[in-house]
Design a protein around this ligand. Structure first.
Ligand code: GDP
Length: 313
């Protein structure tokens, strides 16, 4: 099943370590698919064995997909630290929005600053989530002020500075637009994502283009490419070619196409422009290369990467 581009949102989640990314994504997963128009949120959304098993995974998966009504939200994790491979830039280049998670007590910290700077440079408009407001003696509004100061300091434009913000608790599984309002679920956060993050841009009628953003490996499938379909449609079994960095072409075939469902990868037959997929079929692959249509191979521009820096400020 391939999703209509209008029903996809691609967001990165960014935060300082321990500010609660994993727990928050877990809460979104637990409530994923449980809301329907005009329907009350079930008090216990989590009593499926499958979800419980997924919850056993404590690290945040690099790619997670959750659904809200009929929209699929692909959530991509972002490393919070400087690296030498430009992974932060690549991940941010795959999404159309980002969710900035900030601990209500600590406010923005060095990694918040590092990743936020990159996100702002990419022109993304972050949604701010002030987390852990269930704790005693927190001042969530002060955290929002500090986040705004940081935006200004990092040279955010007017639109970016006018960021939507929510308060909540990943642990408690709730989000709200005002500290004092009553709410016990993540609905406001799902809605903010749907409303604020634009659907991806891409043309299903154009020849296939997918940029290799992340590489993974499985004993069973070999090298696995993860990336966003920029244009066209990608199909299992399809003949494709890989456009190498030097412009040379390497023909190949997609012998497994995978989509994301919760924290798992599931086999799919096809996916449209805008979606994020994993695929196997090429062994010698490098980050930044383009998987394309062999009849009309056109590379996607390489994502520019800043000089690596070890400083986190
Ligand atoms: P990450 O490093 O950003 O992925 O952070 P985690 O999700 O692993 O959370 C770090 C710690 O903060 C863990 O001990 C969580 O249980 C705790 N934590 C996360 N969210 C909340 C929250 O909303 N309220 C409280 N009180 N603790 C939280």
């Amino acid at each position: 099943m391939s999703f209509d581009i209008q029903a996809i949102r691609n967001i990165a989640i960014i935060a300082h370590v321990d500010h609660g990314k994993t727990t928050l994504v877990d809460a979104l997963l637990n409530q994923s698919g449980t809301f329907r128009d005009n329907e009350e949120v079930p008090t216990c959304a989590l009593d499926s064995n499958e979800l419980e098993r997924e919850r056993g995974i404590t690290i945040l998966s690099k790619n997670t997909a959750v659904t809200y009504n009929d929209t699929r939200i692909n959530i991509v994790d972002t490393p919070g630290h400087a690296d030498f491979g430009g992974e932060v830039e690549r991940v941010l280049g795959m999404v159309d929005g980002c969710l900035l998670v900030v601990d209500a007590n600590e406010g923005p910290m060095p990694q918040t600053r590092f990743v936020l700077k990159k996100a702002l440079e990419q022109g993304l408009r972050p949604i701010v989530f002030v987390n852990k407001i269930d704790r005693a003696r927190v001042e969530p509004e002060t955290a929002v002020d500090k986040v705004l100061d940081l935006f200004l300091e990092l040279g955010a434009d007017d639109d970016q500075c006018d960021f939507p913000y929510l308060f909540g608790s990943g642990l408690g599984g709730f989000a709200k637009t005002e500290v004092k309002s009553e709410n016990d679920n993540m609905k406001p956060l799902f809605e903010a994502i749907i409303r604020q993050v634009p659907p991806p841009v891409g043309d299903v009628k154009k020849p296939l283009q997918l940029q290799v953003t992340t590489l993974d490996y499985s004993d069973f499938l070999g090298t696995i490419i993860i990336g966003r379909v920029h244009n066209g449609v990608i199909k299992n079994g399809q003949r494709t070619c890989l456009i190498k960095e030097d412009g040379s072409l390497k023909k190949g075939r997609i012998n497994k196409l995978l989509g994301f469902k919760g924290l798992k990868r599931i086999e799919i037959e096809e996916a449209n422009a805008g979606d994020i997929v994993a695929l196997a079929g090429f062994d010698e692959v490098s980050i930044g290369e383009t998987v394309a249509c062999p009849d009309e191979p056109k590379p996607l521009p390489l994502i520019k990467v800043d000089e690596p820096t070890l400083q986190m400020t």
